[in-house]
Design a protein around this ligand. Structure first.
Ligand SMILES: CC(C)(COP(=O)(O)OP(=O)(O)OC[C@H]1O[C@@H](n2cnc3c(N)ncnc32)[C@H](O)[C@@H]1OP(=O)(O)O)[C@@H](O)C(=O)NCCC(=O)NCCS
Length: 184
């Protein structure tokens, strides 16, 4: 694998939407009802929504893609946390099923942590669906620790899915000394 990371472009939208949909199906099918899963994918991973979210905006650092020989094999989306002021959050992290366990997720998390610390954050948080054991093991391997539970963000409707998410967090050293862009 020739792994490279770059900021997503508008013409990546279809590939990102397809990758997220496939990886989400694999990860969440054992944990939620088929209807819930279909609603999650329709709400978050349509190409139109992904295309709208590719540009950086206040509090949203945009998507970063991992590529292997020009093919998109992973994606991460990071921004400021809506829950706590000094934290950023990894809002999306998906690796194509065929590319998993080859270090792609770890590279995307390392990049997200750099983006977060560069923005002045002291923590990088992520909300994980209860029962998503591969993701929990992954975040632990990347230095995250359990920080509690919170109501799951489910604008697609909560029926057929869990009521709460597990919050994991990774401590950062803000490269702006904690006085940077996050405090503005
Ligand atoms: C979770 C996910 C992003 C991990 O990405 P990945 O590229 O496969 O992970 P990496 O290869 O970088 O793994 C790094 C380490 O995490 C741990 N890890 C990763 N996947 C694991 C699994 N299925 N079971 C146990 N440990 C795992 C291992 O310690 C691994 O190191 P190793 O392969 O040297 O043993 C990927 O499996 C995925 O996209 N899952 C579906 C979507 C999802 O659940 N996203 C998270 C939403 S919160």
């Amino acid at each position: 694998m020739t792994l490279a990371l770059r900021r997503a472009r508008a013409d990546d939208a279809e590939a990102i939407a397809d990758l997220c949909s496939r990886a989400a199906r694999l990860a969440y099918a054992p944990l939620v009802t088929p209807d819930y899963l279909a609603r999650v994918i329709a709400h978050f991973y349509g190409a139109d929504r992904v295309r709208r979210e590719i540009p950086v905006s206040p509090g949203w650092f945009g998507f970063v893609v991992a590529t292997d020989a020009a093919a998109v094999v992973g994606v991460a989306g990071t921004g400021r946390s809506a829950q706590r002021h000094e934290a950023c959050e990894l809002f999306a992290l998906y690796v194509a099923p065929a590319a998993q366990r080859r270090g792609v997720g770890r590279a995307l998390v390392a990049h997200a942590a750099e983006e977060a610390s560069g923005s002045g954050a002291w923590h990088l948080d992520v909300a994980v669906m209860p029962g998503n054991l591969p993701a929990l093991r992954f975040y632990e391997a990347c230095g995250f620790t359990f920080a509690g539970e919170r109501a799951i963000y489910a604008p697609h409707g909560q029926e057929g899915g869990p009521a709460s998410a597990l919050v994991y967090t990774k401590a950062l050293v803000p490269s702006s000394g904690g006085q940077g862009r996050l405090s503005g």
